[in-house]
Design a protein around this ligand. Structure first.
Ligand code: SF4
Length: 379
């Protein structure tokens, strides 16, 4: 397995705030040039030509708010500061509300080779409920423009499980996405994160019952698999293994990554650290040439054991039992004897080639299964 790094850039600007979103972003764009200057300085201070990077991900926030010349500056500085492999995966998250003529052709020329478009829904009622700042028509135009610019690794984000969701509304969105023959689909259930507008409106309680949400999840998986997609992570589908998100796979495999920008997380050499969740503090710190690190943690043995299981259970690759045992210094089958018996008895998954992999039945119970493992590890 490669130990190349992934590199993440957090662009903390959005034109407006979606009601469900708890990612760090602000809508005051007046700080954009100060942010870019600070970001370039952060990259310069952390430069290390011994670190080999094979994925770069511009996320946020709304990174497509950046002009092509700003993206160019960022990429040039990354290339100057780290060792970049020959064909890196370089992803840009796109919000349809930033659609501009010729934008995709320009950024393709800069080396961006993967787009992830935050469509969320092809139904205006749903977009309105989520307070997305674009219409479904704008989303369709964005996808077509991306295809016209010859992006051959194109993904969409879809959100389902809104209070009035039905099988029909979900299938409508999935089928619309399929019409565009996209290479990757991320299908997330709506969650009610503390501090968001939607959380306050519904007092933190999802009006849909768990059973119905599970049915929506199963429908999504079965429908997309029938259309030829590989369900490779609980929320992610790709047409081929080549079209999986290599960058996100690093998070699930606990491989090292470097995060830049406000609130960005890094994981390197068993240490996780993250930057201030405050753009002004971030900028001020870098003006003084001080890294804007807010907190650091060294992963304990139990944390590592837990994360290998939590992240592995989400994926088609499964939990790497050898990796787990190397840390735990005990046999996986012995520690989790009863849980594994339950998984087997309920046909929730299998162990093959030293990997524990949940099937769709098991994925439906992912949270409960993960809790059982966590209880055993933490007791
Ligand atoms: S565009 Fe994305 S990051 Fe910005 S508020 Fe909406 S969901 Fe959050």
């Amino acid at each position: 397995m490669s130990n190349n790094y992934g590199l993440y850039i957090h662009v903390p600007f959005c034109l407006s705030k979606c009601f469900y979103c708890d990612f760090y972003s602000i809508s005051d764009l007046s700080l954009k040039s100060d942010f870019i200057a600070a970001l370039l300085n952060e990259i310069k201070i952390r430069a290390d030509l011994n670190k080999k990077i094979d994925t770069i991900y511009l996320g946020g926030g709304t990174p497509s708010i950046l002009d092509p010349f700003e993206i160019e500056q960022i990429l040039l500085n990354i290339y100057k500061s780290f060792q970049i492999v020959k064909h890196p995966e370089i992803t840009l998250e796109v919000n349809p509300n930033t659609l501009k003529n010729n934008y995709f052709k320009q950024i393709k020329g800069l080396g961006i080779n993967r787009l992830n478009i935050g469509v969320q829904s092809f139904q205006d009622k749903k977009l309105l409920f989520l307070n997305r700042s674009h219409s479904s028509n704008k989303a369709k135009k964005t996808i077509l423009q991306a295809r016209n610019a010859d992006f051959d690794n194109l993904g969409l984000d879809i959100i389902y499980g809104l209070p009035k969701e039905s099988f029909e509304t979900l299938l409508y969105d999935l089928n619309k996405a399929l019409e565009f023959e996209v290479d990757h689909l991320s299908c997330y259930t709506l969650t009610y994160e503390s501090g968001t507008k939607i959380y306050n409106k519904f007092k933190g309680k999802n009006p849909l019952n768990d059973n119905f949400i599970s049915c929506l999840f199963e429908l999504t998986s079965k429908h997309l698999k029938k259309k030829g997609y590989i369900h490779y992570e609980i929320s992610n589908f790709a047409t081929t293994l080549k079209h999986k998100s290599k960058h996100n796979q690093k998070y699930w495999d606990m491989l090292p990554y470097l995060g830049f920008g406000p609130c960005a997380h890094s994981f390197d050499n068993n240490i996780r650290f993250w930057n201030y969740r405050d753009i002004k503090k971030y900028i001020l710190s870098l003006r003084k040439n001080i890294l804007p690190v807010s907190q650091k943690e060294i992963l304990t043995k139990k944390q590592k054991m837990l994360e290998i299981i939590m992240l592995g259970l989400r994926t088609l690759k499964g939990v790497d039992i050898i990796k787990f045992e190397n840390i735990a210094k005990q046999k996986f089958a012995k520690i989790f004897k009863n849980i594994l018996k339950d998984i087997n008895a309920n046909s929730w998954g299998t162990i093959k080639n030293n990997k524990l992999v949940l099937n769709l039945n098991g994925m439906v119970y992912l949270n409960s299964i993960t809790s059982c493992f966590a209880e055993k590890i933490l007791k």
